[in-house]
Design a binder for this molecule. Structure first.
Ligand code: 5RP
Length: 218
């Protein structure tokens, strides 16, 4: 199976978590896009969706799935999204697509977070994938210096602005042995909006696409 076939398989498997009359949270990226395309086939079941990015909102709307404001929905029963890396403890790195802040907000508002990914994303230790950190533009150099003090090598994502008008520093060279601790440390730096570690609110379920089929980790 190709990585894309695995992504589609896990996206299709995630449809089974959707119940009638729900408003659900929907993530961002190529795996989430497969999920959105699958949702289109069962859209009669859904009352609507909360999007974790402008791109996701546009794709949902193209399928005539109502896009709702999180301020109007309250907590959500379900959030489905991809990841860049996951451990078997379901600690994640997200934000390869730059949507980490809204993704973390929707995940925080959701009772169940189902992460969908191909098996290349499963790692023993997070950090080979550069950790995205969303930063207020005026704090770029300050945050970069503090990240160097923490042992990382921050690289500005060139020509990229988040949906919130901020920049991303991709942090290379990390071997993240304690994800909840690093997540908290980075969040406490002045000028950091969010970092791409999802460890204090990890996924609840990981659907992993493998050559042997979809594996469920909890
Ligand atoms: C976007 C994300 C994505 O979930 C992550 O980058 C995985 O993307 P893909 O499904 O395209 O591999 O966090 O900000």
């Amino acid at each position: 199976m190709t990585p894309d076939e695995k992504k589609k398989a896990v996206a299709d498997a995630a449809l089974a978590y959707v119940e009638s009359g729900w408003v659900i949270g929907v993530g961002t990226g190529s795996t989430a896009n497969h999920f959105i395309d699958g949702l289109a086939k069962i859209k009669g079941k859904l009352d609507g969706a909360v999007a974790s990015s402008v791109a996701t909102a546009e794709r949902l709307k193209k399928h005539s799935i109502p896009v709702l404001d999180l301020n109007a929905t309250g907590d959500l029963p379900l959030y489905v999204d991809g990841a860049d890396e996951s451990t078997k403890h379901l600690h994640l790195i997200k934000g390869g697509g730059g949507a980490l802040t809204r993704e973390k907000i929707v995940a925080a508002a959701s009772k169940k977070f189902v992460c969908i990914a191909d098996d290349a994303k499963l790692v023993d230790v997070l950090g080979k994938f550069p950790l995205p950190v969303e930063v207020i533009p005026m704090a770029r150099s300050l945050v970069a210096r503090r990240i160097v003090e923490l042992g990382g090598q921050p690289v500005l994502r060139e020509g990229f602005k988040t949906d919130n008008g901020n920049i991303i520093l991709d942090v290379h060279g990390l071997s993240i042995l304690n994800p909840p601790e690093l997540e908290a440390k980075l969040d406490h730096l002045a000028g950091v909006v969010t970092n791409g570690l999802f460890a204090r609110r990890p996924a609840d379920v990981l659907l992993l696409g493998t050559d042997q089929g979809v594996k469920t980790l909890t």
